[in-house]
Design a protein around this ligand. Sequence first.
Ligand SMILES: [Zn+2]
Length: 230
Amino acid sequence: MWVVDLGRSFFCLNMAQNNSLGLLYRAYHEAGHVAAMAFTAQGFEQIVEVNVIASKRFLGVVRSRGINYARNLNLVPIQDQPTMARREAIWLLAGSAAEAKFEGVKFDVEQLAEEYVTCEDDGGEAIDMVGTDINIVGSMADKVSRRYYPKWRLIHTWAGLTVELLEESDVWSCVEHFAKHLAKVGTISENELEPFFAPIYMKGYESARWRRRLVLPSMASTERVKSTLR
Ligand SMILES: [Zn+2]
């Protein structure tokens, strides 16, 4: 079982607050990840548990059965790697982007990369630099970047898409609904997830705009995808 998310974020100082506000930040962070996965209907099925019970190792977590970003990328043909990296980067960035939206500030992905370093300096042993959202995004960008599409241009594109995804009103209302519940209960297991995300499940496939952006299969093959997922 892979721990997909260690709940480290741009606002990690907010997240780390040992109070109800810190808990709410963590809940929005994890809710952002799950909503992005539900919207693209990829990764969502593999989620085993989401929790925001802070420990020394992580502040919040999305536990998954099968997601391993580096391996996923290596398993697909080279021409498909950029689109896979884009979809997975959106899941990864959606955590911090959801926190920014919750806070009412602009999601600044470069600041996110810098804050990680700052947090490590301040936080000492509690911060695990390897495996954090932005670091995985950075290594995916390294892998798929080209001379005409350099690393940071890719990351900015991915971040822009992530922000737009959360701007979709039904996506954001799922995030809010789920985050508030998650903050209350602490842990949500896989069989409790579906009702929260049903309104946006596979929504990415239904919009021509998002299908194009996420390079998802057409509606004609959507039913086939659905039947293999369920
Ligand atoms: Zn995260």
